[in-house]
Every structure is written in C-alpha cells, then in structure tokens.
Design a protein around this ligand. Structure first.
Ligand code: SF4
Length: 742
C-alpha cells in the first residue's frame, strides 16, 4: 500500500480504518456490465487516452443455455451493440479489449496482468482474485475507475489488517476453497470489510497461486474489498509472524491438516457447514437433499488444478461403473484454460459422463443461466464452485437452494446426486449394485505441457501512428535491394486483398503482406528474397523488417507498369512504413506513382530501361543528387556491387516542386502539417486586439470615438485602460489640430 501512495500524498503514519489516503494503482480492469457506464463517464472527461493501463472484459452478458458455441454465438448477436461500443471505445482511448468468449475478467487478469507487489482496481467486487499473485487488488465503483483512468489519484480509507495463519498442509479432499469457506464462516459476510486479509504460515507458502486466487476471490464474500497474498518477497518481518496479534487487527488460525471440506449455504456464502455435518444440517433445516445440478468453474474455481482434480473424480464415474446422478456443467474461466484442458483430454472426460461445457463467461454465476424449468420456481438444490449463492443469483428461482463448495466436492456431490453424501466416508452403489467409494481427488497445479491457446480473444488498442520521418537532407547511401520484381507487379502483388482487408486500419499488421505476391527476379520464387544481413532467403516482409530493425533503408526494383490495379494506398504506405526508401521501375501505373509520392517515397524510373539488368542481388545502392533535387532533373544511382565494382546509372522522376516538398517533409500529410503550423505561428504574429484597437481609436474622428471605444472593449481587460487613455490623448490632439485648422 505504501509503495502505491500517490505522488501528492504526504507520507505519514496512517490510521488503519481511519485515514483517507490517495493512492496511485497500477492498472484498471472493467467487466462489460460496469464498463459501459464507466467508459461513458471517461469519454466525457475529455482525455485523449487512459492514464493507466486498463482493460475491458466481455464476460457478464453471455447466457448459458445449450453449450459454449451456441451460447456465444447467440450472445454476440444479442449484445452486439454493447460489445461494439466497448470495442471501439477501448480502441480509441487505449484500453485492451477482451472479446466475448475470451474469459472471465478475474481469471484473465490473473493470467495476464497480476504481479506480486502490484496494485490494481477493478469495477467488480471479485477483483481481489489477483491477490493470488500477491497483488493488492480492489473492487471499486465505475466512478473510481474513471478517476484513475483520467489521471487522478484514487482515494481509500487506509485498510485494517486481518491475519490468517495457516498451519499444516492441504490434503485429500480439502482444497484452498475450503480455507475461504471456513474463513467466511468465521468472519461472516461483513467481517472483512475495509481490511486486507493476509494469509501466512506454512499452509500459505505451500499453496498454489490459483488456490490463493480462489481464496482472494472469495475474500469478497467476507466483505473484503482488499486482499493481499504473500509471496516470499512480500512477507513481513519474522517478528510479525512470531507475534501476529501485536501487528494485525485480528488473527485467525486454521490448521489445514484437520480442515474439512465445507459446503456453504444456502442463500448466503458465510453459512459454513463441514461436509461431515451436512446430512444433519440438511435434515434439521429441511433443505432439499436431491441435487439437481452441479456446476463447476467461474472466475473463482476454473484453474487447471481445479479442473484436473475434478477430472480425477469424473474418470471414476466410468472406472467404478457409476452414473452421474445430477446434471453437471463446466464454465471455464478463460479461453486459455479451456483450450489447454481440451488439449489435455479433460473436456473429453467430462463429455463422456454427459456434462455440458458452457462458454468462458460468468453465465450461471451471475444469473445468466437460461435454466429449463426455473420459471416454475420449484424448491430444489444445486451445488456449485462459484462464490455467491444469494437467492435467485444463479437461475432467477428464489427456491433454488444453492450451496458453494470446491470443484472436487461439487463433482463428487453431482456424482452422488445427494446433499447428505459425504465422499470422505460414504459409499455409492454403482450400476452393477456394488458398493464403491470415490478415491480422493488428485491433480496437477500446472499443465505438464504448459498452457496453450490459439486465439486468446484479445484486441490491443490502436497505436497512434507516428508521422513518417522527414528526409535527412543527405543523399541516401548503402540501400539494400529488397526485391527485384520480375514481370507484372500490381497493387495486388504489392499488398494482397482477401484476408488482409481486415487489417486495413492497422498498418503494422497489414504490412506483413508487403510484396508477398511479387516474383523475385533472382530465384523466380514468390515471397522469397535474400536477406543481405544473413545471406538466407526469407519472406519479403520479414527481410524488410530486419532491415528496418537495423535502421537500414532499402530499394525495390520493378518492371513495366509497376503498381497497376486497384488504387490501393497500402501498396505505397506499407513499404514506406517498413523503411523502403525508393521504388525504381521501368514504368509506373499513374495512381500508384502518385501514391508513392504522397507517402514521401522516391518513385524513380530507369532512364535506360536496360539498366534494370545491372541491378544485382547483393548490391548496396546510393541515390545521389537529392540535395539538389529539382523538377525534371534526373538523379543518379550508384550500384556498389559485391565484387567491389561500381556502376552508375541515371534515373528519372516526375516530381514537380510541390511534390519534392512532400518528399522532403516525409509525406504530403507531413508537409500539410508543417504548412498549417507555419500559418498558425504567422497568425500569432498578427496584431493583437490591443494594437488593432489602438489603431482604430487613433483613426477615429471625435464623433466616432464611442464606436471605437466599443472595439477597444473587445480587447483584453488588461489593455482596455491603456487603449482608452491613449485614445483620449489621440482624440485631444486631433481636436487641437482641428481647432488650429479652423
Ligand atoms: S464468474 Fe461470477 S464472480 Fe466471477 S466475475 Fe463473473 S459474476 Fe463475478
């Protein structure tokens, strides 16, 4: 917290739970439902870009009904307007945009943005999830997010500190989820409000990041809007942990060796019941014991570790001759998780037992579950691994009794279909009538083959395009030959259409198609040119990018009617963007030649077309005569061949005086920009209102002095007095002069 004080915040000994302090968090995350208002407010702030890294995540507006593909497709049509708005605003104001289906905000943040010692705020109460990686992550309202994005400080009452000492180690059926279910039972839904909850002790250091993420995520269920988890370098001094009650406002101790799995609920996440007591509690309270649906996943519990442990139980359905007694659904937290668990065969296992995989989104966790029959409002029980279970939250049915548990307990309960089942002690009867017992879950914290994803669903904000650099006022020396194109080289060869059309607004991306359709004279191959730096052949855009990276200019040589075809500016912008300095051809298509000129390129033609044959693959080429570049005055090219010989050829151009200025400025737009700037600075030198007023008053005849004074009034307040004074003087003089005349 102290390392994130705002620059203007005076350092002092802040009172926990008392002092209001200004902070400067590192980043902002917003989910689609809250981002709409936050971004509308931000737009009205008049800032050109967000002041801190910020992201938008489309996860709350996807209804779970049939399965991932259909549900996602329906949502992208149903909420198209919202998604389009968020996407375009993000693009404009510099926010990262996670598309529908990319995943749930907190899982995506944990995978991509959280880091130990960082501080972030998010417009969602479960932002605390990022505490899994030792980040102080805090859920806020949209207005707070706007302040930070607009570059203002973020104010917070300095938090209290609750310490949870974890002794022992998680084992068997118990998981990180049970730690927070237990803590929720102790602190209740308000007990952690305005506090950072720090977990320490051997149980904390041995826990996985995603387990810690689950604990932090559900920190919101104890009212904590702040949570911090420890990493080795974020621990307090040893004496703090030796005598925690002296330093923490409250200390809770939990022995993981003896911690039992819990199911919390119904209707509140702090009604904690150990699994061994659930049968008794259900009977005593009249909770329906038949479990209709088991749901795992959400941002709270869909890590690889969670899913792999559930899979170890799902596999036992087949191996022990069992049948799933409840419906069972999986909501992956992100596309990265979904892709990886599909690759590793987990989704197949779930599929075999009849489970449904929903889209990577909030779905049933936030009431976006089109559950068949929910409208009948029948009394029923569900178990899930989400974090909240308030009435109507999952399916809108006030009579759905929802219990929160770990993914492994939810899976076991869905297999049994009975709330009174205790998987630690009880047996099930399989399809053959045999008594079988589920083995405790096992899993892997991380995938052995690493995480993978094909399309994570991220849209980076558009980068501001820097103007092309102006001419360096010297001849161009040592240019590399990028390609000597053979035969037809149309704008389609230079900048292909098809799948590239979608990148027309993204110059860097579309430049990856530069000249990929042109035939290399030297090897007669398409999109294969020699890289002068390595001697290897590679794709044209890659070779040009390697020249650009080294600051080496290049030249493209072409045949007749180079650039014919569609009037495609990209065919001129791409080479310019990637550092090609000149296009030298036997002849140009007219529009392309103009496009090249406008982009500040040199569009040159061989004075003697036979000189095309003199250009060799390894040449370093100088363009001479640019310092006296003038209309109708040819330039000279020096071909420095690799064998040390030089040849000089003459090249023509059709630049008029204005077009030469485009080249010198770096592009026609640059020239326009400098002209505008000049006009403005000249305009500044125009007489000020004060001067104008003085002149008018001076010239005015005595009778017109009143009118003149009105004009004077328009001058700045500061100058009015002076001007009127001088006007009076002048008028008096004129009167004297007039009298004299008379
Ligand atoms: S999955 Fe649930 S808790 Fe997580 S962000 Fe979505 S609605 Fe919130």
């Amino acid at each position: 917290m102290y390392s994130h004080l705002h620059a203007d915040q005076k350092l002092e000994n802040f009172g926990r739970g008392k002092s209001y302090v200004d902070f400067a968090p590192d980043r902002v995350a917003m989910q689609d439902a809250t981002a709409q208002m936050a971004l509308l407010q931000f737009m009205s702030a008049g800032r050109p870009k967000v002041a801190v890294p910020s992201t938008v995540h489309c996860d709350h507006l996807i209804t779970a009904k049939v399965g991932a593909a259909d549900d996602l497709s329906f949502a992208t049509t149903e909420s198209k307007e919202v998604f389009d708005f968020l996407s375009s605003v993000s693009n404009k104001y510099g926010l990262g945009f996670w598309k529908p289906g990319a995943g749930i905000i907190h899982q995506v943040v944990l995978e991509n943005y959280a880091f130990p010692g960082g501080m972030m705020i998010g417009t969602d109460s479960h932002t605390v999830n990022a505490g899994g990686l030792g980040m102080v992550a805090i859920g806020v309202g949209g207005a707070d997010a706007v302040d930070l994005m607009a570059g203002m400080a973020w104010e917070l009452k300095f938090p209290k500190l609750i310490g949870v000492k974890l002794t022992g180690k998680l084992n068997g059926w118990t998981s990180a989820k049970d730690v927070i279910l237990k803590v929720a039972g102790i602190l209740t839904v308000k007990g952690g409000t305005g506090a950072i909850v720090e977990y320490f002790g051997e149980g904390a250091t041995s826990m996985s990041c995603t387990g810690k993420g689950t604990i932090c995520n559900m920190g919101a269920e104890i009212g904590a809007r702040l949570a911090d988890k420890i990493k080795n370098h974020l621990t307090a001094d040893p004496e703090v942990y030796q005598n925690p009650s002296k330093y923490f406002d409250q200390v809770i101790e939990i022995d993981l060796n003896t911690l039992e799995p819990h199911l919390n609920g119904p209707f509140t996440p702090d009604l904690a019941t150990p699994i061994s007591k659930m049968k008794e509690a259900a009977l005593a309270n009249g909770w329906p014991t038949k479990i209709e649906v088991g749901l795992i996943g959400s941002c709270t519990n869909s890590s690889y570790e969670d899913i792999s442990r559930s899979v170890s139980l799902a596999k036992q359905v087949t191996s022990k001759g069992l049948k799933l007694k409840s419906q069972f659904t999986i909501t992956p937290g992100s596309e990265q998780v979904r892709f990886t668990i599909e690759r590793d065969g987990f989704l197949d296992v779930f599929d075999k037992i009849g489970a449904t995989v929903f889209a990577n989104a909030c779905g049933p966790c936030i009431g976006m579950w089109a559950r068949v029959g929910a409208e009948k409002a029948e009394k029923n029980t569900i178990v899930h691994s989400f974090n909240r279970n308030f009435a109507k939250r999952a399916d809108g049915n006030p009579n759905t009794f929802a219990f929160v548990g770990s993914p492994e307990i939810v899976t076991a309960m869905a297999i049994a279909g009975d709330l009174s089942f205790n998987p630690l002690t009880d047996y099930l009867t399989n399809e053959q009538g045999q008594k079988v017992k589920l083995d405790p879950p096992t899993g892997s914290e991380l995938p052995a083959k690493g995480f993978d994803v094909k399309d994570p669903g991220f849209q980076a904000p558009a980068k501001d395009l820097a103007p092309f650099a102006p001419w360096e006022k010297t001849d161009l020396k040592g240019l590399r030959l990028l390609i000597k194109a053979k035969g037809k080289c149309t704008t389609d060869h230079i900048s292909m259409a098809g799948k590239w059309l979608k990148y027309r607004g993204h110059l860097d991306n579309i430049s990856n198609n530069l000249l990929i359709g042109a035939t290399n004279y030297f090897n007669e191959k398409v999109n294969s040119v020699k890289n002068g730096l390595t001697g290897e052949h590679d794709e044209v855009p890659k070779v040009q990018r390697s020249y650009k990276a080294k600051g080496i200019g290049s030249i493209v040589v072409g045949d007749e009617n180079y650039g014919e075809g569609s009037s495609r500016e990209h065919a001129a912008m791409e080479p310019r963007f990637l550092g090609v300095r000149a296009i030298l051809v036997k002849s140009f298509a007219r529009i392309h030649e103009t496009n090249l000129k406008k982009q500040g390129m040199l569009a040159l033609t061989f004075a003697n077309k036979e000189d095309y044959n003199k250009i060799l693959e390894d040449d370093r080429i100088d363009i001479v005569g640019l310092t006296t570049f003038a209309p109708e005055k040819p330039l000279t090219l020096v071909l420095n061949h690799i064998d040390g010989k030089k040849e000089t050829i003459t090249v023509n151009h059709t630049y008029n005086a204005s077009q030469i200025e485009w080249f010198k400025a770096g592009s026609a737009l640059n020239k326009m920009g400098t002209d505008d700037a000049k006009k403005k600075s000249t305009a500044k030198k125009k007489p000020t209102a004060k001067t104008v007023a003085k002149k008018i008053v001076k010239k005015a005849a005595p009778k017109k002095k009143v009118v003149a004074k009105k004009v004077v009034k328009k001058a700045t307040k500061k100058t009015v007095k002076k001007v009127v004074k001088s006007a009076k003087k002048s008028a008096a003089k004129k009167k004297v002069a007039a009298k004299k005349k008379k």
